[in-house]
Design a protein around this ligand. Structure first.
Ligand SMILES: Nc1ncnc2c1ncn2[C@@H]1O[C@H](COP(=O)(O)OP(=O)(O)OP(=O)(O)O)[C@@H](O)[C@H]1O
Length: 264
């Protein structure tokens, strides 16, 4: 469904140095797959996601969605950011309905759709609140509802639970699994957490830094649905084994990086 071929992206820093954020990345994401992306800080995860979203240009390569080249943002792709990126002056209802308004959906229909999504993410009763009156976890629920409102085929999530406390993160992970189990869509989910990558993903993409490349793709054959008993899943041998494997690989990648760092 998403095909990435030979994707390369360089940035020129303020000091004039060139940073190879991505080099020659090839990746296929299947329809309705939940793909998680894990890698050290600065390996190009956000750059990859923004390129798929059509938010930044790249130097080389192609990104195709159902065979159509990505040339910019589109309603087929919804994005959820770590820092929520909500409209601070607008109510929860208006934030969730915003994308529908932009697409010319009439008031009563967009409010009805927004209310049902607000219920889906567990925020009924908070429709008239503004983001500043909500906790971080609640704000991120609004961010998810807003992204889902336009019924995107692809949901792009950039460390969406990175800014909330551990308990809230656990709840949001379970909720996201429940939502995805109900209405399947293709998800690309960036995280720093090995546990999160395994809990949510069908496959984990491991990226290495400088330049950002795909080091390995690790399948996660844990049974689904997973939302009903996350605790048992996390205690299963398979879960423990995959998480340990990812940690070994990340540590190896870190070791490989070190001599280059020392040599400058
Ligand atoms: N606008 C920019 N200008 C210059 N360099 C940039 C820019 N955006 C990203 N970079 C560089 O590109 C590389 C990849 O950045 P990116 O944000 O994609 O990494 P990341 O894996 O998402 O990092 P993190 O996990 O810390 O969020 C980094 O070295 C970063 O410094």
């Amino acid at each position: 469904m998403i095909e990435i071929r030979g994707l390369s992206k360089t940035f020129v820093g303020q000091d004039g140095d060139t940073v190879h954020a991505l080099r020659d990345v090839d990746l296929d994401v299947a329809e309705n797959e939940f793909l998680t992306v894990l890698g050290p800080s600065g390996c190009g995860k956000t750059t990859l996601l923004k390129a798929i979203a059509g938010l930044i240009p790249w130097n080389d390569g192609d990104i195709l969605i159902d065979g159509t080249p990505v040339r910019g943002p589109g309603p087929d792709r919804g994005m959820v950011f770590q820092n929520f990126a909500l409209l601070p002056w607008a109510t929860v209802l208006d934030n969730v309905a915003f994308g529908l308004k932009m697409r010319g959906v009439g008031r009563s229909e967009r409010e009805e759709r927004a209310r049902s999504l607000i219920a889906l993410v567990g925020l009924s009763g908070f429709e008239t609140k503004r983001p500043g009156e909500l906790s971080g976890g609640m704000q991120q629920r609004v961010g998810i509802a807003r992204a889902l409102a336009v019924q995107p085929r692809v949901l792009l999530m950039d460390e969406p639970f990175g800014a909330v406390d551990e308990q809230t993160r656990r709840l949001l992970q379970e909720e996201l699994l429940t939502i995805w189990e109900k209405r399947r869509m293709t998800v690309v989910f960036i995280t720093h957490s090995m546990e999160e990558a395994v809990l949510l993903g069908d496959r984990v993409v491991l990226m290495s830094a400088r330049p950002g490349r795909i080091a390995e793709i690790v399948p996660v054959p844990l049974r689904r649905p997973r939302s009903s008993d996350v605790g048992a899943l996390e205690r299963s041998g398979q879960y423990v084994e995959i998480t340990a494997y990812l940690w070994d690989r990340l540590r190896e990648m870190h070791e490989e990086q070190r001599p280059a760092e020392v040599a400058g």
